[in-house]
Design a protein around this ligand. Structure first.
Ligand code: SF4
Length: 263
């Protein structure tokens, strides 16, 4: 069966992650563009990202917690659209919880770093470039320039901390962003920093040549498969407890006979 929809123009780190988790999920999300209802967690993530993005649009000395708080109300209008409210069943109690959690995150965030002293080369920075004949695109939360001239990719995380023995997947997206930066800007970031703002903790990793090349090669391999599956008109489903647990397409897959585990 050929698809009516075109192949996406580029592959982003998050879409690559979809594909690597389960090619059928990529088909539903990126080719067929089926709706994926927001959850409380995704809405909170977008909410906090919005506030921090607006904060970093200010000049350095202006980036105070008081100014950050001023972006909370605009975030309600920008992020909590009617569709999102309906998806998550937002009522007064849930809104109060979201606002309280956002305030707690802002307090923790300002204890993690002083944004007035950060030199940022880009906020919500859109990058698109071909690497290994693979069109890649993505949006970086922040790209910072340190005093010694080096670049750091900063990614905000509003979810749970990875367990102590975090595996290679933890930094996978950020490492592919490093490949994107190098190809697009001609300069490779030296550090990846994941800021778990709900917990007041960051984890960092240095960027190595080997890893960046490996991530770019993996993306190229995935893109080759995506084009093949697209031509076949079918992306295989690879159900598993971990893959399916948070997937929006469970009911659809079950209706198509895919043995999705769990409820
Ligand atoms: S429910 Fe499971 S098998 Fe179906 S698309 Fe999602 S991850 Fe894949």
């Amino acid at each position: 069966m050929a698809f009516d929809q075109p192949l996406p123009a580029a592959l982003s780190p998050s879409r690559l992650s979809d594909f690597q988790t389960c090619p059928r999920r990529y088909q539903h999300a990126s080719i067929e563009r089926l709706a994926q209802p927001a959850s409380y967690a995704t809405a909170k993530g977008r909410f906090v990202h919005y506030v921090l993005e607006q904060l970093y649009r200010l000049e350095g000395p202006e980036r105070t917690i008081e100014h950050a708080r001023e972006y909370v109300e605009p975030a309600v209008a920008a992020i909590l659209t009617d569709e999102v409210r309906s998806d998550i069943g937002l009522d007064e109690g849930m809104l109060a919880k979201l606002l309280a959690e956002t305030e707690a995150i802002l307090v923790r965030y300002f204890a993690m770093e002083d944004p007035t002293s950060v030199t940022s080369e880009g906020v919500e920075l859109r990058l698109g470039v071909e690497v290994n004949d693979t069109p890649l695109s993505g949006i970086l939360d922040r790209l910072d320039r340190a005093d010694d001239g080096s670049l750091t990719i900063v990614d905000y995380k509003t979810g749970a901390l990875p367990n102590r023995n975090y595996d290679s997947h933890t930094f996978a997206n950020a490492e592919l962003y490093a490949a994107l930066c190098e190809a697009k800007l001609g300069e490779r970031p030296t550090t990846l920093r994941l800021m778990y703002v709900a917990h007041g903790q960051s984890i960092e990793r240095s960027v190595s040549d080997v890893v960046v090349k490996a991530r770019a090669n993996a993306a190229a391999g995935a893109w080759t498969k995506i084009k093949r599956y697209y031509g076949d008109g079918d992306f295989p489903a690879t159900p598993s407890v971990n893959a399916c647990r948070f997937c929006s397409f469970k009911d659809l897959c079950r209706s198509q006979g895919v043995p999705v585990p769990g409820r």
